[in-house]
Design a protein around this ligand. Structure first.
Ligand SMILES: *Cc1c(COP(=O)(O)O)cnc(C)c1O
Length: 379
């Protein structure tokens, strides 16, 4: 089965008893046992739930991976992966990462004696140079947030000198439709399914996909023991979102390219952050398209930026991304405020940087909205 077909049919045959074509939502927290310990694979819903099980299977199949594990948020999924580390272990992370992931590294792990070193370039050798015998994990996000840098997954996977180092790729932006990190050498793929996978801005969720049985055991243990599991209803919604992932991603891609063309030409736009998809060899090697994400620096002062954001009528000023609706944010004051100005500057996140998640509305409406807001802001 191909991607689009798996999203709709994999593990989702009509219900044997009722014929229901769409998977029921199993709300029961507990499951009948014919005798003590004799059950059908489900005991208690935190441990495993039939709706969650299908989501985990479908997500793994779309990734061409063996195992899927679902969580109550992308952050909970991150924590579950990081739970395999012990005090004294070290993480090497790309510098351009989700603000909340940076917060876990600095505010939760560092006080526990798990230190993170950051790599400020995309060069695989700069990752390699940071490796010590304490290194137990390499963590990247590609494309990254908010500067949309692309890291060479295959090359970075090869800098691991030992099998002890677990290579994690946050694939939230690309989704398995455009990029499959496990096939490129990653050990673990993590998602905030809050974003494109669910795609409708109505679920907070996370997913971990992997092939290695030993790592799976540890993360699966943490999933049950720490308990950050998604509700059956949320699993149902993500499963529903996945069914349209392919067509949504195609539309996001089509729209973002037109927004890029518009922004590049606009006189109030100083710099556009979007990969050179026509020429970049790394993009061409590992991605088959690009999500609706684009960032840009504007030639406007703080007050004018405020006017620009307030003047938008269709594009909504809000955190998050990857939904059907276009969302815009100012990372310095919103998603990346937690970093502080100094850390932001080190990472090249300026106060005039705007991040746009291009939705699947009609592209003419999106561009008209941007154009009119620029006019109002510059008056
Ligand atoms: C949103 C996001 C997360 C965190 O996920 P939550 O579902 O908000 O907990 C992690 N990584 C990336 C790239 C994200 O965009």
């Amino acid at each position: 089965m191909k991607f689009e077909t798996k999203a709709i049919h994999f593990s989702q045959e009509p219900d044997k008893e009722t014929g229901a074509v769409i998977l029921p939502i199993h709300l029961s927290t507990t499951f009948y046992q014919e005798g003590p310990g004799n059950h059908k694979g489900f005991e208690y819903s935190r441990t495993l739930n039939p709706t969650r099980k299908v989501l985990e299977e479908v997500a793994a199949s779309l990734e061409e991976g063996k195992f899927g594990l679902a969580f109550s948020s992308g952050t909970a999924a991150n924590m579950a992966i990081l739970s395999i580390l012990l005090p004294g272990d070290e993480i090497i992370s790309s510098s351009d990462i989700y603000g909340g992931t940076f917060r876990i590294f600095e505010k939760i792990l560092r006080p526990l004696g798990i230190n993170t070193k950051y790599v400020f370039t995309e060069k695989p050798e700069d990752f390699e140079n940071q490796i010590t015998e304490k290194t137990k994990m390499i963590w990247i996000e590609t494309p990254s947030n908010p500067l949309l840098k692309i890291y060479d997954i295959e090359k970075i996977s090869k800098v691991k000198q030992s099998k002890d180092i677990v290579f994690v790729v946050d694939n939230t932006f690309a989704t398995p439709y455009f990029q499959k990190p496990l096939n490129l050498g990653a050990d673990v793929v993590v998602y905030s399914s809050t974003k494109y996978l669910n795609g409708h801005s109505d679920v907070v969720g996370g997913l971990v996909i992997l092939n290695d049985q030993e790592i799976r055991k540890k993360i699966r243990f943490y999933q049950n023991a720490a308990g950050g599991v998604p509700s059956p209803f949320d699993c149902f919604l993500v499963l529903r979102g996945l069914k349209t992932l392919a067509i949504r991603m195609e539309k996001h891609f089509e729209n973002v390219k037109k927004v890029r063309d518009f922004l590049i030409k606009h006189k109030l736009v100083k710099k556009v952050y979007f990969p050179d998809i026509e020429n970049d060899p790394v993009y061409k090697k590992q991605m088959t398209g690009f999500p609706g994400m684009i960032s840009f620096e504007v030639d406007l002062d703080e007050k004018q930026i405020d006017t620009f954001m307030k003047s938008l009528k269709i594009i909504t000023c809000a955190e998050s991304l990857g939904g059907i609706e276009s969302l815009i944010c100012l990372p310095a004051k919103m998603t990346h405020a937690t970093l502080g100005k100094e850390e932001r500057e080190k990472r090249g996140i300026k106060d005039n940087l705007i991040r746009l998640s291009v939705g699947i509305e009609n592209i003419e409406d999106i561009i008209q909205d941007l154009n009119e807001a620029f006019d109002k802001a510059s008056k």
